[in-house]
Design a protein around this ligand. Sequence first.
Ligand SMILES: C[S@@+](CC[C@H](N)C(=O)[O-])C[C@H]1O[C@@H](n2cnc3c(N)ncnc32)[C@H](O)[C@@H]1O
Length: 280
Amino acid sequence: MSKKNSSHRKKVRRRVGKKASKGSFDKYDLYRRAVQSAETDVEFIRDTYKELKKKSATVVREDFCGTFALSTEWIKLGSRNIANGVDLDPEPMTYGRQHYLSKLSPEQQRRMHLFERNVLDPDLPKSDIVLAMNFSYFCFKNRDVMKLYFTNVYKSLNKDGIFIADCFGGKQCHSAIEDTNKFDGFTYYWDQTDFDPVTNEAFFYIHFRVGGQKIERVFSYDWRLWSIPELREIMQEAGFKKTHVYWEGTARDGSGNGVFTRTERGESCDSWIAYIVAEK
Ligand SMILES: C[S@@+](CC[C@H](N)C(=O)[O-])C[C@H]1O[C@@H](n2cnc3c(N)ncnc32)[C@H](O)[C@@H]1O
């Protein structure tokens, strides 16, 4: 069994950058540096739309956008690109306004639209692409609610629209483990507890160590672990015409290589990340 990513939440195309300073604790900055890969994710999103639709997408909606890092990168990727970010929680959105939006030019800022709303609301803005990233939609534990969400996405997509959601799995995510990854100036911990095979529910936590102090449970996740075939079936029931899976290639050391290609066959790994892409 090959290993792929040692951490379920980190794609290998990790952002590197400034060092975390001792004593400072900026949870969203550490999260971005440890978990997100927004600059390269938007290239995958642009290229996937083009591959499937033979034209360019303009409007992206980032559901569960948090600090809307992906939306910011989408705006920067093209001079006509428009982004709509949707999240329930004003706290990460305020962070994004202060740290990301403020660094865009006035013209770029006008192409960003933020909505403090529930992704289940029926009248969210129409888009060419809807994104549900970093597995946030796993918070929907009931099949009917997941179908309601996918139906809502389907209805709000433009005619040639696509929906992109990431997914993770592998036998390692059914075990109580704590993964540790060292970054410049801080350590990131991905802590998995309490997987229940009857309900497929699991709790996950992110801890950070900065300047000798471990700060526990900075982010907490109460999720149901969904499988790729379950999700594809629900997408089809919600009206999507076709669904595709983009599976990550393997580097020489057995870890994921950050290159995702369309396939109908996966491989058995300790832990994997994939994208599910659904076409309207
Ligand atoms: C794990 S964070 C994801 C942040 C970001 N998308 C990323 O890629 O890392 C999950 C976010 O989903 C938001 N959220 C949870 N349920 C939601 C809902 N029903 N509607 C809108 N946002 C929701 C939370 O407020 C939180 O900011």
